[in-house]
Design a protein around this ligand. Structure first.
Ligand code: ATP
Ligand code: MG
Length: 332
């Protein structure tokens, strides 16, 4: 089986529907075909300020939601990044073959550092893509499912792997990004031209997996649409309605055209009610299972620890080879 690596940041109490449609649903399917590593990337999360106590809780909650959404720890390796020290160790080595100029071209840093101001943005936020390269290369992953916001980072990963291999001898598998289709990209319900994010400043347009069902229903009924009253996909002119259609189609597996037909001649109210029922039916069992897992944090921690040990075995092999190649003197 080919290796697969992917992860999410524990940057919120709950994942949002974009994480579910754009990542978790795909992971769930792919875990049967690939030797998959799914990580809660807490080292990435601390590149921006986090409250220590909350971070620990968010990490558990993120892991619980992976499992509740159908990632099976018996099939896939599901672990917390900081529990495998090789991630940080390889990142240091890779930073020695990363050009300052090429790192400076990463657009996510430009976007995120603007939020904090150049002086407050950390060096870690700047080197974030190098850590991500280490995540992927440690496991010799061939397949890396990411949203198109992460495509540039996977490109950098490929470049670093090729450069390292050329300089020190064949060491790393060159990964291929698997970019989700545009139809899997979900936008904020209140601002349907910006990507939905779990760490968004306003929660009004974000559908969280763990939100109370009534809150979810309200957010859907209040979603921004337009004034022409026709349920039709048109990303350019009708971003709000198009976004809702995308969610509807993704969760039901139906074609957008069929959903348009079903709601032809009916108003947005009917359409939103239909969507609400679809989302509530999908989220309810996931939410219940996640909360159940979180009732026994010790058991969850134990499970994650066992998975981290499994991940370490693979990661340590790659790291040992890397240390050997670059000429670090090892203890006998
Ligand atoms: P943050 O605000 O912390 O960046 P996020 O919601 O963007 O949170 P990430 O942890 O950055 O989530 O990404 C986790 C996974 O979810 C990635 O595979 C990413 O591509 C995917 N993803 C995130 N937001 C969306 C979205 N709106 N639509 C589809 N996929 C998404
Ligand atoms: Mg993000």
């Amino acid at each position: 089986k080919a290796r697969l690596f992917s992860g999410m940041q524990p940057s919120a109490d709950s994942l949002q529907i974009g994480n579910y449609i754009g990542a978790l649903m795909q992971w769930r399917t792919m875990q049967d075909t690939y030797d998959a590593f799914f990580t809660v990337v807490d080292l990435h999360a601390i590149t921006v300020p986090q409250d220590p106590k909350e971070l620990r809780e968010k990490t558990r909650r993120t892991a619980a939601q992976y499992i509740a959404a159908g990632i099976e720890p018996a099939k896939s390796t599901l672990y917390v990044q900081s529990q495998v020290p090789a991630h940080a160790e390889l990142a240091w080595i890779l930073s020695t073959v990363t050009g300052f100029g090429e790192a400076s071209r990463m657009t996510q840093f430009k976007d995120k550092s603007q939020r904090y101001g150049a002086d407050k943005a950390s060096v870690a936020l700047f080197t974030y893509p190098v850590l991500m390269a280490a995540d992927i290369l440690l496991y010799q992953a061939k397949v890396v499912p990411v949203g198109d916001d992460q495509k540039q980072h996977v490109e950098l990963t490929r470049n670093l792997a090729e450069r390292f291999n050329a300089r020190f001898g064949q060491t790393f598998t060159i990964p291929d990004p698997v970019i989700q289709k545009d139809t899997a990209r979900i936008y904020d319900l209140q601002e349907p031209t910006s990507k939905m994010s779990k760490s968004a400043e306003s929660q009004a347009g974000v559908l969280y997996l763990l939100d109370d069902i009534n809150v979810t229903a309200k957010k859907i009924m209040r979603a921004v649409t337009d004034s022409d009253g026709i349920v039709r996909y048109d990303r350019e002119n009708k971003p709000g309605v198009s976004n809702l259609l995308t969610i509807y189609a993704a969760l039901t597996g139906r074609q957008i055209g069929a959903i348009e037909d079903e709601y032809a001649g009916r108003g947005y109210g009917d359409f939103k009610k239909g969507l609400r029922d679809v989302i509530v039916a999908e989220f309810e069992p996931v939410r219940a299972r996640a909360l159940e897992l979180l009732e026994d944090p010790a058991e969850l921690d134990r499970l994650l620890g066992a998975n981290a040990a499994r991940a370490s075995e693979v990661a340590e092999k790659t790291l040992a080879q890397v240390y050997e190649r670059v000429g670090l003197l090892r203890a006998p």
